[in-house]
Ligand binder design. Structure first.
Ligand code: SIN
Length: 292
């Protein structure tokens, strides 16, 4: 990569790379930004260690990748960093008896961000301000690798199917504000996407699974859909394909939300974890990505 003023160090066989040599608190030139966007496209997850970022820095760095979404509505309402509507707070910390962020200290199951929307974000950035002594690692998995690992018969079976992504609960299993608990996955609220999508330039195929709870495959009975979704998740989302990041304060991790899923380990609720997240909107030319 000719103009880049950083080096790239892959962290697993399927995805993820550590970027060394950049202090993101300083302005980034266009050649660096373009090289970082290429690195994100290639490695799907980028890790920047030992950063010292204010919320303004986090927003500036994230905006190099595209326009930012506002913080989403969570189980505790719309929680953003003071003065920054684009900076979503993920934390188990409470102040004056109220949570300052989302997701608490529990497990967050495998998911891609906000695929219950028609146009989910293209990428996310997560910056660590406080981390617990144990637990709270974040795992990532390439959905290209997940698709590739499917048996051929299952690939053929899912090729033309769609999947409804549930909008009622978050990855921590909590109801989003304003939604009722789903009682019938065939009719509960959500957005339907193709189950197999393709990279717009390479054509590589990936699964678009979102998250397992309350998903449904339109056209199948609930029992058939549950059985097929279980089979797909078991075949595709395998622990040996995943890579987990052990956080340090000052880490920024960016992931391409189109082609990955992520999850988070639980951690002791008596220990504080404080993360600030940005979401980069999907580019207009990539708003329909079905493989078919
Ligand atoms: C997320 O799912 O965006 C948060 C992951 C984490 O808290 O590590």
């Amino acid at each position: 990569m000719p103009d880049a003023d950083f080096t790239i160090h892959p962290v697993s066989p399927t995805l993820g790379a550590e970027i060394r040599g950049l202090a993101l608190s300083r302005p980034l030139g266009p050649a660096t930004v373009s090289a970082l966007a290429q690195a994100l496209d290639r490695h799907l997850v980028l890790v920047f260690r030992d950063q010292a970022l204010s919320d303004a820095d986090l927003v500036r760095v994230s905006r190099h990748f595209g326009p930012l979404d506002k913080a989403p509505i969570t189980e505790n309402g719309r929680l953003h960093a003071p003065g920054y509507e684009e900076v979503y707070v993920i934390s188990n910390i409470t102040e004056n008896g109220r949570p300052i962020g989302a997701l608490g200290a529990g497990e967050s199951v495998w998911h891609a961000d906000m695929t219950y929307l028609e146009t989910p974000p293209y990428a996310s950035g997560l910056y660590a301000l406080e981390i617990p002594a144990e637990g709270g690692d974040t795992g990532f998995l390439s959905m290209f690798a997940a698709y590739d690992t499917l048996p051929d018969a299952l690939k053929r079976r899912v090729e033309w199917l769609s999947i409804k992504h549930d909008s009622t609960t978050n990855s921590g299993g909590c109801l989003r504000q304003g939604f009722a608990p789903p009682t019938d996955v065939a009719t509960s609220p959500g957005t339907v996407h193709p189950l197999v999508i393709a990279h717009p330039t390479t054509g590589a195929r990936a699964l678009l699974l979102g998250r397992r709870p309350h998903a449904h495959i339109p056209g199948l009975s609930v029992a058939e859909s549950e059985a097929l979704l279980d089979e797909i998740w078991e075949a595709a989302v395998r622990p040996e394909l995943a890579w987990h990041h052990r956080w340090r304060v000052g880490d920024l991790v960016m992931w391409d939300n189109r082609w990955t899923v992520h999850r988070r380990d639980p951690f002791p609720d008596g220990q504080r974890r404080l993360m600030h997240r940005t979401q980069i909107a999907m580019p207009v030319d990539q708003r329909r990505t079905g493989a078919a």
